[in-house]
Each structure stands twice: as structure tokens, then as C-alpha cells.
Design a protein around this ligand. Structure first.
Ligand SMILES: [Zn+2]
Ligand SMILES: [Zn+2]
Length: 420
């Protein structure tokens, strides 16, 4: 039978308080200075070794004798959203972007619950060292929302400075009933690429198109033609999305501008489809520029989310542990592929070790029955997880997943009575 550690209400209280503290003060990707300092002091209070990694990343190491090494990742960044939950612990903070723009900030993706759950799991495992053996590496990763954080930690020597793990685990809170968990083997989320496309034209008076290369018309043809990548170039069995999210050009109706700029967001289900789709996009952008007599557009990568791939055998093992801890009916292991994206997969893929990622429910189950509208989900200004059931589920799933790999300690008298 799998090992199980449950969190007592008094101990849970501390982490719910911490959750509200993180929720009140969200920080944007790669700017999580205050958040990182608080995480570090809490990890130390629980008795873990810590080091900073990748700027605002924090690593906590819990060593407990011989045995496997399990890495558990929690992402820590907030989002530029004006929170409208009306909660007592709602954020009223703002942040200043690099260009000087002031934006509101919100923990609109539940990363505050990821932090609180991982801190509670670390504290629980550190308190009961007789129940398991091995090493747990808690990876508090900055910058998930811009796909920069896992790369920053790896580049800063994460796996040279921390014990090399045998497996990397991660979890995400979702607008599902608390107490439930969902995962799947294989690709769990889409790969994502975002580009800025600068279309070069030749400006002129609006009355003299013969002297111009109109970048607005050229960009419009590009955007229209890009739609064919999904509808005409891709198999309907390979879920793919191409979205143009912004378009900016010109200052006045009677001036043909020099340039037009738009941004693209592309979601693909695996590396093979990604490379084909990105190749199609580059070809179309270049060819439409040629057709207009313009020079090739300048393409700048904004972000690149890697694959998030659950190793099937390892996922089956984790699924069994989660079922044993949360109940067989509470754990779904066949959730569909999500077209959202994550940079979690890079942590395991960078060193060739298997990883498993799952979602846990953060909403009191009764709210789903009471609401006429869908419960607001991640990235909504109304997204409001229920702290106690959310963190209870997050800790329970985290500990169950970690203990799936760390056998019970073989000290005298140790047996299943350790289950409590
Ligand atoms: Zn998010
Ligand atoms: Zn998220």
C-alpha cells in the first residue's frame, strides 16, 4: 500500500495564511523578489537547505538518507490582470513594466496555491523523516507565464547545484472540484510559439499608392493566408491553433505607413507538427512580402514553450499513488490534451529524466452546483480558488506523488502503521 501523510488542520492554517499573503502580493514573471525571499525563509524554517537559482528561483533540498531523488516543481509568478474577485485577500498591487507602463497584478493562475502547497508538502515531509528515504528537491520556478523561468534555472546550473533527480513532478491548480486530480500519459499540453512580425513597406501620401509599398495590405494578406495553415495544411487529427493577437500600423488615414506589426501565437500538439507549422508560417510570410515587392518581414521570437510530456510508465505509477491517496474516483488519468502551454517539461527533458504533470481541483465542489455560469477559470479577473480545499488537495497530491518514488524507511519497527 502506498505511503500517505495527511496535513493536520493547525499546520494547514499556516499555509493557508501564507497563500493569502502570496495572493495579496503577486509579482510578474522573473520579478518575483519578495515572493522568492518569503519562500526561502519558509523553506529554511522547515529545515531545508536552499539556494537561489535563475534570478528569482528558489531551490529547497530535503535529504533523508539513501534512495531516489525526486524533484517537485512549483511555479511562482503572477499576471498583469486587474483582480475583480472582491475577496478580502484580493490584490491591489501594481507593477511597472520595462517600458514604464504601470499594470495591475493578480495571482490569476493559482501559482500562489502552488507555492503554498509545495511549502506545506516540504514541511510535512521534513517533519516525518521516518516515513521515507531519499532526497526531495523542491524547485520554486519563476517566470512560467513567459516560458523564461525553467530555462533560466537550467542555465544557472540547477541540475549541477541540486542533486540530479530520477523524476521531475509538477502540478497545476484548475477550476475543477477540490479533492480531484486529472492527468494523462504522453503529451499533456500543447507546444507554443509566439512571434512578433514586422512588415516592411514604403510609406507615401495616401493619394499616391504608386509610390508606396503598403505594409497594411501586405500584412492583411499574410494574416488571411496564415489561416490556411490550420484549415488546409494540417491534419484535423493534429490539434493546431494560429492566432493573431495584435495588429498595429499607421497614424493617419491619408498616410501609407512604412511598417505594420502584428503578433502571432501558435499552438501545436508535438515537435513534428510544430516544425512543419512554423516552416509553413515562415514560407507564407516571406512569399507574401515578395508578392508585394517588399523585403522579407523581420520575425522576432517572443516566447517558446517546450513540450510537456508525461512519461507513460511513470505517469501510471503516479496515478496509482494519487488514487490511493485521494480515492479512485477522484483521480482521472485520461484527461484530454490541453491547448494551454507550460515550460515545466524543460526541467526533465534537459537532463533526459521522465516527468509527470497533473492538475488538481481548487474550487469547493458545491460551487459548481450553485453557479448558473461556468466557474471563472485561470487567467480570469474573477478566478477565485477556495484556499482551504485547494491547498488541502494540492498538498495531498504533491506528497502522494513524491512518496510514490521514495520507499518507506527500513528502520526497526517501521511498517504500514506509519500510514496515518
Ligand atoms: Zn497561467
Ligand atoms: Zn499557470
Amino acid at each position: 500500500m502506498a505511503l500517505r501523510l495527511d496535513i493536520e488542520p493547525e499546520r494547514l492554517c499556516r499555509f493557508v495564511e501564507l497563500y493569502t499573503e502570496f495572493h495579496r502580493h503577486p509579482e510578474l514573471s522573473m520579478e518575483e523578489h519578495r515572493t522568492a525571499a518569503l519562500i526561502e525563509s519558509e523553506l529554511r524554517a522547515s529545515g531545508l537547505e536552499t539556494f537561489r537559482c535563475g534570478g528569482t528561483g528558489v531551490v529547497g533540498i530535503l535529504r533523508n538518507g539513501e534512495g531516489p531523488v525526486v524533484a517537485f516543481r512549483a511555479d511562482i509568478d503572477g499576471l498583469p490582470i486587474l483582480e475583480r474577485t472582491g475577496l478580502a485577500h484580493a490584490s491591489v498591487d501594481t507593477a511597472t513594466l520595462a517600458d514604464g507602463t504601470v499594470v495591475p497584478t493578480m495571482h490569476g493562475c493559482g501559482h500562489d496555491a502552488h507555492i503554498a502547497s509545495a511549502l506545506a508538502a516540504a514541511d510535512l515531509l521534513a517533519t516525518d523523516l521516518t516515513a521515507w528515504t531519499g532526497t526531495v528537491v523542491f524547485v520554486f520556478q519563476p517566470g512560467e507565464e513567459n516560458a523564461a523561468g525553467s530555462a533560466a534555472m537550467i542555465d544557472d546550473g540547477l541540475w549541477r547545484r541540486a542533486p540530479r533527480p530520477d523524476v521531475v513532478l509538477g502540478q497545476h491548480l484548475g477550476a475543477y472540484p477540490a479533492g480531484t486530480v486529472q492527468t494523462r500519459p504522453g503529451h499533456v499540453m500543447s507546444l507554443a510559439d509566439s512571434w512578433k512580425v514586422l512588415v516592411h513597406g514604403r510609406g507615401a501620401h495616401g493619394s499616391q499608392p504608386e509610390n508606396a509599398i503598403d505594409p497594411i495590405v501586405t500584412a492583411a494578406y499574410m494574416i488571411t493566408r496564415l489561416q490556411a495553415v490550420v484549415s488546409r495544411h494540417s491534419s484535423p487529427l493534429d490539434p493546431t491553433v494560429v492566432t493573431v493577437g495584435t495588429f498595429h500600423a499607421g497614424l493617419k488615414e491619408n498616410i501609407i505607413p512604412d511598417e505594420a506589426e502584428f503578433t502571432l501565437n501558435v499552438r501545436t500538439p508535438n515537435d513534428k507538427v510544430r516544425e512543419r507549422v512554423l516552416g509553413d508560417l515562415r514560407r507564407i510570410l516571406a512569399a507574401e512580402a515578395t508578392a508585394a515587392g517588399a523585403k522579407a518581414p523581420t520575425i522576432t521570437e517572443i516566447s517558446r514553450f517546450p513540450r510537456c510530456f508525461n512519461d507513460p510508465a511513470t505517469t501510471a505509477l503516479v496515478g496509482t499513488a494519487l488514487r490511493s491517496s485521494l480515492g479512485a474516483d477522484a483521480v482521472r488519468v485520461d484527461r484530454p490534451l490541453s491547448m494551454g502551454s507550460e515550460d515545466f517539461g524543460r526541467l526533465g527533458d534537459s537532463i533526459g529524466v521522465p516527468s509527470v504533470f497533473w492538475w488538481f481541483g481548487g474550487i469547493e465542489a458545491s460551487r459548481f452546483e450553485m453557479m448558473a455560469q461556468p466557474v471563472p477559470a485561470n487567467h480570469s479577473p474573477l478566478f477565485a480558488p477556495d484556499p482551504v480545499p485547494a491547498i488541502t488537495t494540492g498538498v495531498q497530491a504533491a506528497v502522494a506523488g513524491i512518496l510514490a518514488f521514495l520507499g518507506p524507511a527500513t528502520v526497526a519497527g517501521q511498517d504500514d502503521t506509519d500510514e496515518r
